[in-house]
Design a protein around this ligand. Structure first.
Ligand code: SF4
Length: 374
């Protein structure tokens, strides 16, 4: 009994499907189409948690090498908890959203020291840990501990909105609740982890955002979006992403073969990562004018020569569009580190040392392109 009821709603055809029909169909599909991924072959909550954190806002193909590297560098939660944050950030380098890495480390510490290395096994206890929100708590409790907690992520929003014609705005709290209730009602309580992975996998591989495979879809005859040609309109997301433009001019102070970098602090992007002396403006500016205006650079101006100036590097983040220029300044022999008194934390590093530092991808791109780091 796949399509239990057929009725019309606002002039459109709506099929209602029983929850058992849905869960059986999607689990059967999953068992025939699983990707061979290492975190699927384990019940170890540490590895499942690692994969879930890494794969948030990251495609599997990009996240897989990071997962393998994390497991190599930190084989268990205690090893991760005891590692320096810089090593964790360096392993994370390139994945973006660095607060996830800092939370990963903080969470490992809490599990290692407060829970003696054992992950809590309930949704509510997992939710109290750093970096674990409702999605990760449900994924972990269902996949690692077989608890009946439904996950709702971007794939689940898409699959449920299209099949069941749910048109609530997924960015609203009412919309989130509607989808959560629907997912929870559909969940197979006997195999919650498999169900959750099945629906996410179906969204990732079959009911994809731009080209869903409706022609050979197991839900084709009952799918609301397919019947009403609304695939491109569902799910409804009214949240507009505001993008901010930023203009960076990096001054790379070089003394011999060493370059000066500093650790970024505060709440801005890339906190805890290393970059060069940075001047940010609301628009692009010539390095020469910055050199004569910036109060720190002005003091070293007579001991510094511009060696080169790069083309503009564009770097896109979810909410920011960065355009960066790199200016290499060679410092004279009589330059002393105390001349840099206006720049707290700036230190000189050899290229070997820079290689080991956690850095934004923008910095690595510049260094690799110029043969400074391979
Ligand atoms: S028929 Fe198309 S839109 Fe509906 S679930 Fe299948 S792939 Fe998705």
């Amino acid at each position: 009994m796949l399509n239990a009821v057929l009725k019309t709603f606002a002039g459109r055809i709506v099929y209602l499907m029983g929850s058992r029909d849905f869960s059986k169909k999607i689990i059967d599909w999953y068992l025939l189409n699983p990707r061979d991924l290492p975190w699927r072959k384990t019940k170890d909550p540490y590895r499942i948690w690692l994969s879930e954190i890494i794969l948030q806002q990251t495609r599997v193909a990009q996240g897989l090498p990071y997962y393998l590297q994390f497991v190599r560098n930190f084989p268990n939660v205690k090893a991760l908890a005891n590692a320096p944050l810089e090593k964790v950030l360096r392993t994370w380098q390139g994945l973006g959203y660095y607060s996830r890495a800092r939370n990963l480390h903080a969470c490992a510490k809490e599990i290692a020291f407060k829970y003696n290395g054992k992950f809590p096994d309930t949704y509510s206890n997992l939710l109290t840990l750093p970096g674990i929100g409702s999605y990760t708590a449900a994924a972990l409790s269902s996949i690692a501990f077989d608890k009946p907690d439904a996950v709702v992520d971007g794939n689940v929003f898409r699959v449920l909105s299209r099949i069941f014609g749910i048109q609530e705005d997924i960015s609203s709290s009412i919309g989130k609740k509607t989808f959560y209730n629907k997912a929870q009602a559909l969940l197979d309580p006997k195999q919650p982890g498999t169900f959750n992975q099945a629906i996410m996998e179906f969204g990732a591989l079959h009911c994809t955002p731009k080209s869903p495979g409706c022609v050979d879809c197991i839900f084709a005859s009952g799918c609301y979006a397919n019947k009403n040609q609304m695939q491109a309109l569902l799910p409804v997301n009214n949240k507009k992403v505001k993008v901010r433009n930023r203009y960076f001019t990096y001054f790379i102070l070089m003394k011999g073969n060493k370059m000066a970098l500093k650790k970024r602090e505060g709440k801005d992007i890339w906190s805890g990562l290393y970059d060069f002396y940075l001047i940010e403006g609301l628009k692009r500016k010539k390095p020469e004018s910055i050199l004569s205006e910036d109060h720190v650079l002005k003091t070293i101006r007579n001991k510094a020569t511009i060696v080169s100036q790069s083309e503009a590097y564009k770097h896109i983040l979810t909410h920011q569009r960065i355009e960066a220029t790199f200016v290499i300044l060679s410092l004279s022999r009589d330059f002393l580190i105390k001349d840099l008194k206006g720049i707290k934390g700036l230190k000189f590093y050899s290229s070997k040392e820079i290689l080991a530092l956690p850095k934004p991808v923008l910095i690595s791109r510049f260094l690799s392109k110029n043969g400074i780091l391979e």
